[in-house]
Design a protein around this ligand. Structure first.
Ligand SMILES: Nc1nc2c(c(=O)[nH]1)N[C@H]1C(S)=C(S)[C@@H](COP(=O)(O)OP(=O)(O)OC[C@H]3O[C@@H](n4cnc5c(=O)[nH]c(N)nc54)[C@H](O)[C@@H]3O)O[C@H]1N2
Ligand SMILES: Nc1nc2c(c(=O)[nH]1)N[C@H]1C(S)=C(S)[C@@H](COP(=O)(O)OP(=O)(O)OC[C@H]3O[C@@H](n4cnc5c(=O)[nH]c(N)nc54)[C@H](O)[C@@H]3O)O[C@H]1N2
Ligand code: SF4
Ligand SMILES: [Mo]
Length: 884
């Protein structure tokens, strides 16, 4: 009999429900929960591959102190005493926490309570600073509270969906699938994508505006003027429910003088801008979604307010099928905002600037201290660490040595910080490498609590696995440290539900409708009710026990006079502009099947095969101009650092900019860490970094030799200047390149592939003159590892080698072909993986289209199975069909 448990996907902010089944032997399968209102059974490629990421490979299984295995008592005491000493000697602001939207609400609540109420500093910030802090500020400016008014359901009820700075098809795939499904049901639904790149999302949209990077506020200011001049103002709503409309309009008018002016400023044709404006003007039911292309900007807050202004002018907010919609990235980005996990928030949507709120929270917590002002925001926090102002930091569930801008600065800061405490489930990350105290955290599958999705929907994460080793949940670790700092009474939680009930009670404490975030209806949940809690949207009070799908439909907001605010915006281009030294704009973001710093998806063969290396996308004309070619390696340089990445030449990239994914780090490709290129430029209002606009130069990076190696074991390719590793089915795949040719290839190869004193079946081929070398190592006829080196990029197809690793033994012909470097069968090379679910490669699909006449997504699914699984690759298949 198999056991079934309902929980929530740990990846993106869509918050899909999953059902986990486990058979008697412990084998886990994961399926979409048909009853969960986020996904109704759907999953994307990442969600579908969750069962592949549950192994204990690389896990941190015991506490560590100063690099040595320790026990809980020693590790907890070391951290607690260290923090106490810093507070005593240097004051509470010498201590900081840097936490994460991947913590559960219960963990987050306890961390925030310890810092703000008991250590008495507001120095707790979160990686959500990098993610949606601009949305928080914009929402507060417009609505008086950090509230996202819409529901996912609005995407099905809309007639027009505008996606601004969002690659939804890859980053919120299930929402994208829902949009595409409603488009099938309702062909009138139009989708517009605003993105400098032609992403898979843009390629399937009705209209794509390949906007000049950073110019969105101008576009939306122009839209505001167009709507006003076209008579689209909702006079009743504007008069009764808003303030400052005229100020915003006059700012927009002087900013966006004419459509021609907007078109020129945004690098778009007048015709395209007009089409967008006309569609927006004539469609009452419009939802505008925005994500990192808008938020991660030195003027992200203004951009969001420029968008919200258009919805306020037309009164398109709070009713079905319309509204401004902030897409959140992490599974619990929203939960973090609810508990007040940002340095400039208090708790439960109360304001740190308000004396009354401070007093209220202090009383509720029975806390000795409450900070009088906001704390350090992420980028400033790490500067303060380097400057020695913050002397102890506790990092939880985030990898700032990779994910913060100017990440070499972060490394310098951590290297000299007096006390670095890190809670992570993985032993070796770029950040854990700096820890004095390392706490082993339990992770998805083992932990239990709640998360909140983009649409304000609270869902349960439930444990279904035993926690390995000595790992413990984050709320427990934080409570233990708090108790050992002397705060016994207020942190004696026994279960996540104790924390949850307190959090829910605080949300309703002396609220009386003044604060939008109110889940007081859940404050008295019994243990059983918490266990069986089904997904619901806040506010959820005694008068709205079923939750709330939409807010602001009544035209009542959370400002003092209860009216929404228009915010006058003058567009500002990114502070980084290209110049002669750094002629290209650097744009960064995500790939379809990887999650952030690869600690989870990097271990899944199915997911890793979609993108195996760090790369830069560049327009063909730029590639020619800068002398870089498809498939070669290039060096990309900025004023603060440099990386080496593979070149992808594509017209999807606009001229004058590059795109490099954010995911690679020291564990997976030492020279592929894109954040060494980006300076710590932030939005002055929100502190959110400008990840989408760096300035860089690119040039060819010549190497004396190129190669690749496959091995069943993880290796250290010393001697290679460039290396990137990727997980395959049963092997690790390394792409390598080096500057100096070794005296003896065989010696180098053995140093890579052979463990010392362990001589094994070994075949090799050397052509010194041509600088070619091949070697393969066998154990009982099973291919154990192999290495291919050549003077240039002409190396055997990797998919052929990958296929050989699936075989139980290789026959003589196969061994011979390995050494000759020629695949015996051309078909063995299927190309880059497109469909992760069924492992179908690009070449197979192209062959199907060109040779076998497959002319629709359905035909390809029927014949090749590609696209018939989770559907995440359908946008790419559509693009291949369109290109043929
Ligand atoms: N596969 C995958 N999915 C994820 C994640 C992941 O790591 N992998 N992470 C999750 C998280 S935490 C987040 S925050 C979300 C992010 O989700 P998204 O915001 O959709 O993802 P990004 O790729 O960061 O950026 C989105 C787009 O912004 C565009 N852009 C850049 N500059 C501009 C500009 O000036 N104007 C406009 N209009 N667009 C611009 C980029 O070209 C890019 O296509 O994804 C979540 N989902
Ligand atoms: N260039 C560039 N940089 C970016 C971005 C970009 O678009 N471009 N986007 C930014 C954004 S939006 C985000 S959200 C960040 C994300 O960046 P990070 O938050 O740094 O990335 P993750 O790899 O998700 O880090 C999560 C860590 O938590 C650990 N972990 C997993 N589960 C648990 C748990 O239960 N408990 C504990 N204690 N640890 C756990 C994982 O092993 C991992 O080390 O990156 C930002 N950086
Ligand atoms: S869209 Fe994919 S990654 Fe996001 S929650 Fe759903 S299954 Fe998980
Ligand atoms: Mo994010």
């Amino acid at each position: 009999m198999s056991q079934k448990i309902k929980t929530t996907c740990p990846y993106c902010g869509v918050g899909c429900g999953v059902i986990v089944s486990q058979d008697e032997r412990g084998a886990v399968t994961v399926a979409g929960d048909p009853d969960h209102p986020s996904n109704y059974g759907r999953l994307c490629s990442k969600g579908s591959a969750l069962a592949e990421t549950l192994g204990h490979e690389g896990r941190l299984l015991s506490p560590m102190v100063d690099g040595c295995v320790s026990d809980w008592d020693e590790a907890l005491d070391t951290a607690a005493k260290g923090f106490q000493r810093m507070v005593r000697d240097h004051g509470p602001d010498a201590v900081a926490f840097y936490v994460s939207g991947q913590l559960l609400t219960e963990d987050y609540y306890v961390a925030n309570k310890l810092m703000k109420g008991f250590i008495g500093s507001a120095n707790i910030d979160t990686n959500s600073r990098l993610c949606m802090s601009s949305a928080v500020v914009a929402h507060k400016r417009a609505y008086g509270a950090d509230i996202m008014p819409c529901s996912y359901e609005d995407l099905e009820r809309a007639k027009l969906i505008v996606l601004a700075g969002s690659n939804t098809a890859w980053c919120h795939p299930v929402l994208y699938q829902r949009m595409m499904e409603s488009k099938r049901q309702n062909p009138d639904l139009q989708v517009i994508v605003i993105d400098p790149r032609a992403t898979p999302t843009a390629e399937t949209a009705d209209l794509h505006l390949p906007i000049k990077p950073g110019s969105d506020a101008l576009l939306f200011n122009g839209l505001l003027v167009y709507l006003e001049q076209g008579g689209e103002r909702n006079g009743l709503f504007v008069n009764q429910a808003t303030q400052a409309c005229d100020e915003a309009l006059s700012a927009a008018k002087s900013d966006a003088e004419s459509i021609e002016h907007v078109a020129a400023g945004c690098g778009l044709s007048v015709e395209l801008v007009e089409r967008f404006y006309r569609l927006f003007a004539r469609t009452e039911r419009v939802v505008t979604l925005y994500s990192q292309g808008i938020n991660q900007s030195s003027s992200g807050v203004d951009k969001i307010n420029a968008i919200i202004n258009c919805h306020l002018l037309t009164g398109r907010i709070g009713r079905p099928g319309m509204g401004p919609f902030s897409l959140t990235g992490q599974p619990n980005a929203m939960g973090g905002r609810e508990v007040g996990g940002l340095a400039n928030q208090l708790a439960a949507h109360m304001a740190i600037e308000s004396a009354a709120d401070r007093e209220r929270v202090q009383r509720f917590w029975d806390a000795p201290a409450i900070p009088q002002k906001g704390g350090l925001k992420a980028v400033d926090l790490f500067s303060a660490i380097e400057a020695g102002k913050v002397r102890a930091v506790w990092i939880m569930a985030t990898n700032p040595a990779v994910s913060l801008p100017d990440s070499d600065q972060v490394r310098r800061a951590l290297a000299q910080c007096e006390l670095v405490v890190v809670s992570d489930c993985m032993a070796l990350t770029d950040t854990t490498a700096y820890a004095h105290v390392l706490f082993p955290a339990s992770t998805w599958g083992e932990r239990s609590g709640t998360v909140t999705s983009s649409e304000r929907r609270l869902s349960r994460q439930r444990a279904f696995l035993d926690t390995p080793g000595m790992a413990r949940p984050d709320w427990w670790i934080i409570s233990q440290v708090a108790q050992r700092m002397g705060f016994q009474g207020q942190f004696d939680y026994r279960q996540p539900k104790d924390v949850f009930r307190e959090h829910a009670a605080l949300s309703g404490f002396e609220n009386a409708g003044t604060r939008g975030f109110d889940i007081s209806g859940l404050a008295d949940l019994s243990d059983l009710q918490y266990e069986s809690l089904s997904p619901t949207q806040w506010p959820l009070t005694s008068s709205t026990p079923q939750g709330t799908a939409r807010l602001f439909g009544d035209g009542v907001f959370f400002t003092p006079d209860r009216k929404a605010r228009f915010v006058p915006v003058t567009h500002q281009l990114p502070r980084n502009q290209a110049d002669a030294t750094y002629p290209l704009i650097l744009n960064t973001g995500r790939v379809r099947d990887h999650w952030h710093t690869l600690t989870r998806t990097g271990l899944s063969p199915r997911l890793a095969s979609h993108t195996i290396e760090p790369y830069a996308e560049i327009h063909p004309q730029d590639a020619q101009g800068f002398g870089v070619v498809q498939g070669a390696l290039a060096q990309v340089e900025s004023a603060c650092g440099s990386v080496i990445v593979r070149v992808k030449v594509t017209t999807n990239q606009q001229q004058g900019s590059l795109f490099i994914p954010m995911h690679w780090n020291t564990q997976f490709a030492e020279t592929g860490r894109v954040n060494v290129l980006l300076p710590g430029v932030v939005d002055p209002l929100s502190g959110q970094p400008e990840f989408k606009h760096g300035r860089v130069a690119i040039q060819e990076r010549r190497f004396a030799w190129h190669g690749f190696l496959f091995s069943r074991r993880q290796l250290q390719p010393s001697g290679a200047v460039y290396w990137a590793r990727s997980r395959g089915a049963g092997f690790w795949h390394y792409e390598i390149a080096g500057d100096s040719t070794p005296e003896n290839w065989a010696e180098m190869a053995r140093s890579y592939l052979c463990s010392k004193g362990h001589e094994v079946g070994w075949m090799e081929y050397t052509d010194r003159a041509a600088n070619r070398y091949r070697a393969a190592r066998f154990e009982n006829n099973i291919l154990e590892s192999c290495l291919f080196i050549g003077p240039d990029l002409k190396l055997p197809p990797r998919d052929w080698i990958a296929a050989l690793f699936k075989k139980h033994s290789l026959d003589a012909t196969e061994r011979a072909s390995l050494l000759s470097g020629h695949a015996p069968d051309e078909k063995a090379d299927v190309g880059k993986t497109i469909c992760a679910c069924h492992g179908v490669g690009e070449k197979r699909i192209l062959e199907g289209i060109r040779i076998h006449g497959l002319n629709s997504v359905q035909a390809i699914a029927d014949q090749l199975k590609a696209g018939s699984g989770c559907g995440s690759c359908v946008p790419e298949i559509r693009a291949m069909l369109a290109a043929s």
